[in-house]
Design a protein around this ligand. Sequence first.
Ligand code: NAD
Length: 313
Amino acid sequence: MTARILDGTKLAAEIRAEVSAEARAMASSAIRPGLAVVLVGHNPASEAYVRGKVKSSQEVGLYSETHTPAETETTEELLALIADLNRRDEIDGILVQLPLPAHVDAKKILLAVDPAKDVDGFHPMNVGYLSTQRPGLVPCTPAGVMEILNRSAIPVAGQEAVVIGRSDIVGKPVAMLLLNQNATVTVCHSKTRDLPEVCRRADILVAAIGRAGMVTRDYVKPGATVIDVGINKITDRKEFDRFFSGNKKREETFAKNGSTLVGDVHPEVAEVAGAITPVPGGVGPLTIAMLMANTVKAAKMRRGQRVPELARK
Ligand code: NAD
């Protein structure tokens, strides 16, 4: 059996089209949702992510602006920038690209973002809204995981869900979202005993660990849905062979770039799972699409408009 591939690129395009239609509808009331991205210093990975976010904003018809304070900027100077963005009415979403330089108090910065504009959903107020099932802004990657499940008609209510990873950015919010949709949720982490055995209970297994191909076939119940959040760059030939030996397309990418991406789930899992997200092209594309959706949601909520849930197909 080979698993059904859950195509994140296609689902993300579907969501972007919906967001774009909403943005057009808002334009008739002279509202243009606006996103401000703050990128401190020159981290190449962060710069690439921010470029992707700005490009996507333009494509769906949102206003966007990027602020690029120097690496040396102090916590106080950044707080002043956030305060200014909080004050400006045409800015609906504020995204502070992480990681921030070590000398900056990242927690203080994230706490300063107006919760109504917190499109990353990291503010404790939004974390609280999520855990008490109140309307708020939900972190983008976890929200994307739920869109994949819901739009692929994978049942969640009553299912056994196991999440590997308990980060504030992915693991915990994914667990909360699954719980809010009535799954029976187990959260695993680096201290979990008998991890493969616990994972084999899962009808839905979400891997958010940050370890290349750690989830092998012995972690997976035959037929389970596996959502691979991990993004790991591999450059070592031996490691490449461990995952992609005989895979022509991957060989080409590896020869061309000297690297390729692998998730936290070993590709062999596709032989036992019922459905699986690929890496790349699975959860990744949903993250930016959900940022777009959150910016429109913030624009509506700030104006007291009703916010329908994204389509559940
Ligand atoms: P993190 O390092 O903050 O958290 C990792 C979690 O995995 C921790 O809770 C830890 O307890 C757990 N863990 C580590 N080793 C383990 C082990 N051996 N057994 C069981 N659990 C273990 O990472 P994160 O920010 O949650 O990100 C996780 C992965 O998801 C990374 O690969 C990251 O690149 C990726 N990610 C992808 C997207 C996306 O858009 N697709 C977004 C965010 C993160």
